[in-house]
Design a protein around this ligand. Structure first.
Ligand code: SAH
Length: 488
C-alpha cells in the first residue's frame, strides 16, 4: 500500500493534471553524506552521473555487467564500489537515491522497479516522465551550490543560466564563503543591519576576490583587516549617487548603475524610470517617486533638492535616478548645488541618453564624415516656454539636431527652422519610447512634422531628430528584432 501511494506521489505527469502555475518538482538539498547512492549502468550516462555524484560524500555502488575502465579505476581508487553484474533484488536496500543509467529502456524499467521495491527514490537518465526526482543543472562553488531546474522543459535554458551564473560568480566564491563562514562569529562585533551587510558585501565582491588570488592565508588576513577597518569606521556618512537609468531598456543600465541600485537605501526617481528598472533596487530600499517628467514637475525642484539632502544627511546611501543621462536636461546642477550647500558628498554615474538610444533605433549615426561635424542636443521647452535657439545654425543643410521635450513645440520648431531657410524636405525622425517594448518610429519631413506628430498622437517620451531619416527598414525586415516596431 505504501509503495503504491509513493508511486502516485512521485510518478509525475501521467497520473496528474498539469497545474501550470505550480511546481511539479520541489527543490531540496538532500543530506547524502554517509548514505548509499546506487547507479545501474557502466557506459557514458553512468559516467556522467558518477562524475557529479563523486563530488558528494555519499557511498556509491555501481552495478554493470561490463563497467567502463574509468569506473573500475575509480573503484580501485576507493571512490566507489563496483559490482560487475546486473542488478538484483535487494541491491538498492537502504539507498537514498537510485539512477537507472543503462541507456536501455527495458533494463532501466527493470532496475527501477527493483530499486523502488528496495525503497530508493529513482531517476531514469533522460526519462523525466518515469523519474521520481530529477537532477538539476548545478553551479558548484562549494559550500555555495546553485541548483537550476526547468522541470525538464528546457535543458538549453538551464544550461544558459548555468553558464551565465558561472561567469558572474567569482570562481573562488566557494573559498570565500568557507573563510567567511568560519568568521561569522567574529563579525558579530559589527552592529546588525547596514554595517554588517556592508562588511560582507565588501568581502564577497571587493576585498575577498582580490585577496583570494594570492591564497587562502592572505585572504584570511585580509578578512581580519577588513573587519578592523569596518569596526573603526565611523557610521558611513550619507552620500548621493546621481545615476543615469538610460532610455528604458533595463539592459542598457551600466554595471555601475546596477551596483548603485543594489546598495541604495533610498532611490529617488523620475517618472520616466520604468518599473523594470526600479525592481533592480535593493529590496529594502525606500523608493520615492519625485514625479518629474520632461516638464511640469508635480514636486517642485526645491522639494526634490530638500528630499535628497534630508535622506543623505540622515546617513542614507541615496540614488537619485534620472532617465537617460543625468547630465542631459536633468536639472542636475540644481541638485548637486543643494548637496554642496548641505555638505553632502555625491558623484555621477552616466547613462545612455535618449539621443543615443534614438539614433540607434533608426540605424543612424549622430555624426557622419562629410555630413555633420557637430550635433546639437536642444530642448523644445524651457522654463519660460518654447525654447529659443540659434535657428540659423540649426537650419543649415546636413545639420543634425536632437530635440528633447519637443512634442508640444513641434509646430514652433518647424516654423522657426523653415523661416531660417531649412528645406521642407529635410528628413525628420521622431522616436517615441526608444528602447522600450512600445517603441514607435515616425519618419517624416520638416514640412509635415507638426501635422504628422499630431496625427501620431504620441503619449510617451519622444525625441525628434532633425536631419536624419530611419535607415534600418531593410535590415529590420531581414533581422526582425522584437523590440523594434514598424514605422507608422
Ligand atoms: N536625461 C534624459 C532627458 C530628460 S528630458 C536623457 O538623457 O535622455 C526628457 C526628454 O527626454 C523627453 O521629453 C524625451 O524627449 C526624451 N526621452 C527620454 N527618454 C526617452 C525615450 N525612451 N524615448 C524617446 N525620448 C526620450
Amino acid at each position: 500500500m505504501a509503495l503504491i501511494r509513493e508511486y502516485f506521489l512521485y510518478s509525475g505527469t501521467s497520473q496528474t493534471v498539469r497545474q501550470s502555475d505550480r511546481m511539479q518538482h520541489f527543490p531540496i538539498f538532500l543530506a547524502v553524506a554517509g548514505r548509499r547512492i546506487v547507479v545501474s549502468g557502466g557506459g557514458e550516462a553512468a559516467l556522467a552521473k558518477l562524475r557529479l555524484l563523486m563530488k558528494t560524500e555519499a557511498h556509491l555502488s555501481v552495478f554493470a555487467k561490463d563497467p567502463d575502465p574509468r569506473i573500475i579505476a575509480w573503484a580501485e581508487a576507493g571512490r566507489l564500489t563496483v559490482h560487475a553484474r546486473a542488478m538484483e533484488p535487494g541491491d538498492a536496500l537502504c539507498a537514498a537515491l537510485f539512477y537507472a543509467a543503462d541507456e536501455d529502456p527495458e533494463e532501466d524499467a527493470r532496475t527501477t522497479r527493483l530499486a523502488r521495491a528496495d525503497g530508493a527514490l529513482t531517476n531514469i537518465v533522460d526519462n523525466l516522465e518515469d523519474s521520481q526526482f530529477i537532477t538539476p543543472a548545478i553551479v558548484d562553488r562549494d559550500p555555495v551550490t546553485i541548483a537550476i531546474g526547468t522541470e525538464g522543459a528546457a535543458p538549453v535554458l538551464a544550461r544558459a543560466i548555468k553558464a551565465d551564473l558561472e561567469a558572474r560568480l567569482p570562481v573562488r566564491l566557494g573559498a570565500l564563503a568557507r573563510i567567511g563562514k568560519a568568521f561569522r562569529r567574529v563579525a558579530e562585533a559589527l552592529p546588525h543591519g547596514r554595517p554588517r551587510r556592508d562588511f560582507w558585501s565588501d568581502w564577497y565582491f571587493r576585498t575577498g576576490p582580490r585577496a583570494i588570488e594570492t591564497g587562502e592565508d592572505t585572504a584570511r588576513a585580509a578578512l581580519d583587516d577588513l573587519l578592523s577597518g569596518h569596526l573603526s569606521r565611523q557610521d558611513r556618512p550619507g552620500h548621493v549617487a546621481f545615476v543615469g537609468a538610460g532610455p528604458g531598456d533595463p539592459e542598457l543600465l551600466t554595471l555601475k548603475a546596477r551596483r548603485a541600485l543594489d546598495e541604495a537605501d533610498v532611490v529617488i526617481h523620475d517618472r520616466l524610470v520604468g518599473s523594470e528598472i526600479l525592481e533592480l533596487a535593493r529590496r529594502e530600499a525606500l523608493l520615492i517617486d519625485a514625479g518629474k517628467e520632461g516638464f511640469g514637475p508635480s514636486m517642485t525642484q526645491g522639494d526634490i533638492n530638500a528630499l535628497i539632502v534630508e535622506h543623505a544627511r540622515a546617513g542614507a546611501q541615496v540614488v537619485r535616478l534620472k532617465g537617460g543621462d543625468p547630465t542631459v536636461f536633468g536639472r542636475l546642477d540644481e541638485e548637486t548645488d543643494a548637496c554642496d550647500a548641505a555638505g553632502v558628498t555625491w558623484h555621477i554615474v552616466p547613462g545612455i541618453t535618449a539621443a543615443s538610444a534614438s539614433v540607434a533605433a533608426i540605424g543612424q549615426s549622430l555624426t557622419s564624415r562629410g555630413r555633420n561635424a557637430s550635433v546639437r542636443f536642444v530642448t523644445g521647452h524651457d522654463m519660460k516656454g518654447f525654447a529659443d535657439h540659434d535657428w540659423k545654425a540649426l537650419a543649415r543643410p546636413g545639420e543634425v539636431v536632437a530635440i528633447y521635450m519637443g512634442k508640444r513645440a513641434a509646430r514652433f520648431i518647424q516654423g522657426r527652422l523653415m523661416m531660417h531657410g531649412a528645406g521642407g524636405a529635410t528628413p525628420v525622425s521622431v522616436i517615441e519610447n526608444a528602447t522600450r517594448p512600445d517603441q514607435r518610429i515616425l519618419a517624416t519631413t520638416l514640412s509635415d512634422l507638426a501635422r504628422d506628430m499630431a496625427d501620431a498622437d504620441l503619449t510617451g517620451p519622444a525625441l525628434t531628430l532633425i536631419g536624419l531619416a530611419p535607415r534600418a527598414a531593410i535590415a529590420l525586415a531581414e533581422h526582425p528584432e522584437p523590440r523594434l516596431q514598424e514605422a507608422f
